[in-house]
Design a protein around this ligand. Structure first.
Ligand code: 5AD
Ligand code: SF4
Length: 470
């Protein structure tokens, strides 16, 4: 769709800046958009105020995400006055909601291009069309049952990369907007995933993170020959690849087979992000999560029994409609029983169009805030206690970047996902280094470099096992 705006041929400045909101899926989409733009001869501009093309890749998961994006779009009204050649494009999950697109069309004339999550591969075509007369263009596909392959990807890091293995979600948790913004589950063909990972490894990448809203149901739409456990086992055979991560797991689909594959594959990190959302079976039912408190405890016990030194993190929503104090206490009980290494904790946020938005008994803000504070207190104590077990241990760290506050310190992650800071230099970036932990804090570990990786190769190290378990 094209809407009339100014009908004059725009003056194109071929520099771009992408601002990404939300999850890793959006980050990976932004890497693809960046790849396509670079293939068109655009250059990245780090200063948003100087770029010829600004793309806001939006997130809709909670209300404050929407508000942040609208605030950002609003700010471009003045930017456009001083830089009339600026092209402002908005894409991502918010654009899959027609009422939001309408709001932008009527209230934000500074937006030139709108596209959605299913048609980001059309960026070159849309820019091309826009260049003809400068008319605003809106092109949002409602859904898609195919995955566009072979888009160029401009990766943020040369040594680690995201690999999307499936799009969409079929679960319709009653609070969640994602099934409406990302459509139904579509799995990529395993050979395409393989090709992408092999290419990444050839380019020097040693860690991959497999992405999907519910990776455990990977392949359900591809027949019996493929599933997530098989995919992990296959990827584990790739030479030179050292770390395999994945997110997100849904407890209802985390089969023994997947747990065994994680335990047996030496390259698969001993780390699982397992969002439980609530510990109350009654609330889990209202959330349409399709598991109970007993199921959570059973899965966590199984994971700990099979995977030495594993770290488990989670997501918790407090204040879901109808959540009583007793329900909340069940969540606290489960958090304590599961001993999560850390958790993302969210206040329930009404998402228009989802079943929970119209449920009776919405919880007052002050109750939500009280519950989030109480859960954080319990979670922080557990994180602190688990991190203390790393004191004086030797861990293998994949060094990621220079510390933000100190150019002489490097930061990286253990196989269990712990953030480690240590004195080092830029040449450490992208390598695995053995670090002795000298100070364990609640949210990170400080350490000293004791040598290059090699003692245990890329296996689950004994050190990891001791550090997270003892
Ligand atoms: N309100 C609060 N948190 C939400 N999440 C998803 N939808 C909502 C909502 N409406 C959280 C869930 C999910 C994470 C990505 O975001 O915990 O796992
Ligand atoms: Fe949302 Fe539930 Fe799908 Fe996760 S599994 S994306 S929470 S609907």
């Amino acid at each position: 769709m094209s809407t009339k705006k100014n009908s004059s041929k725009p003056n194109i400045v071929k520099t771009f800046h992408i601002k990404t909101f939300g999850c890793q899926m959006n980050e990976n989409d932004s890497e693809k958009i960046s790849g396509m733009l670079k293939a068109l001869g655009y250059q990245e501009e780090t200063d948003v105020n100087k770029a010829g093309l600004v793309i806001l890749n939006t997130c809709s998961i909670r209300e404050n995400a929407d508000e942040r994006v609208l605030g950002n779009i609003g700010a471009f009204k003045t930017v456009k006055k001083t830089n009339p050649d600026l092209i402002l494009a908005v894409c991502g999950c918010m654009m899959q909601q027609p009422e939001i697109v309408n709001q932008i069309v009527t209230k934000y004339p500074q937006v030139d291009l709108i596209f959605g999550t299913h048609n980001l591969h059309q960026v070159p075509e849309l820019l091309n069309n826009y260049q003809v007369n400068g008319n605003r263009l809106i092109e949002v596909w409602e859904d898609s049952d195919t995955i566009v392959e072979d888009l160029p990807v401009d990766r943020k890091y040369p040594f680690k990369g995201f690999v999307t293995i499936m799009n969409g979600c079929n679960n319709f948790c009653t609070y969640c907007i994602v099934p409406y913004t990302r459509g139904r589950e579509v799995s990529r063909q395993p050979d395409k995933i393989f090709d992408e990972v092999n290419k990444l490894v050839d380019d020097g990448c040693i860690e991959i993170t497999l992405l999907g809203q519910n990776v455990n149901s990977y392949g359900n739409d591809l027949g019996d020959a493929v599933n997530f456990a098989k995919l992990l086992r296959e990827l584990n055979t790739i030479d030179k690849l050292k770390r395999i991560r994945f997110m997100t797991s849904h407890p209802k689909d985390l089969t023994d087979d997947v747990i065994d594959a994680i335990a047996e594959c030496d390259k698969v990190c001993n780390y699982i992000h397992l969002p439980i959302q609530s510990g109350s079976t009654r609330i889990l039912k209202a959330m349409n999560r399709k598991y109970t408190q007993e199921n959570i405890l059973d899965r966590v016990n199984k994971i700990r029994e099979k995977i030495p030194g594993v770290a488990i993190t989670t997501d918790i929503i407090v204040g879901f409609p109808g959540e009583t104090e007793a329900d909340f206490l069940e969540t606290l009980k489960v958090i304590k029983r599961c001993q999560f290494d850390s958790a993302f904790t969210f206040l329930y946020s009404i998402r228009t169009g989802t079943p929970a938005a119209t449920m009776a008994d919405q919880i007052p803000d002050e109750v939500k805030h009280d519950r989030i504070n109480r859960s954080l207190k319990v979670l922080h104590q557990i994180s602190h206690d688990i991190n203390q077990t790393y004191q004086d241990q030797i861990v293998e760290v994949l060094v990621e970047e220079t510390s933000r506050n100190n150019a002489k310190r490097m930061t990286g992650r253990t196989r269990t996902g712990k953030l480690v800071n240590f004195p080092g230099n830029e040449s450490d970036i992208g390598t695995e280094i053995m670090v002795k932990i000298t100070e364990a804090k609640t949210f990170s570990l400080d350490g000293e470099k004791i040598g290059q990786e090699g003692i245990h190769g890329a296996t689950h190290t004994d050190d990891d096992a001791i550090s997270a378990n003892s």
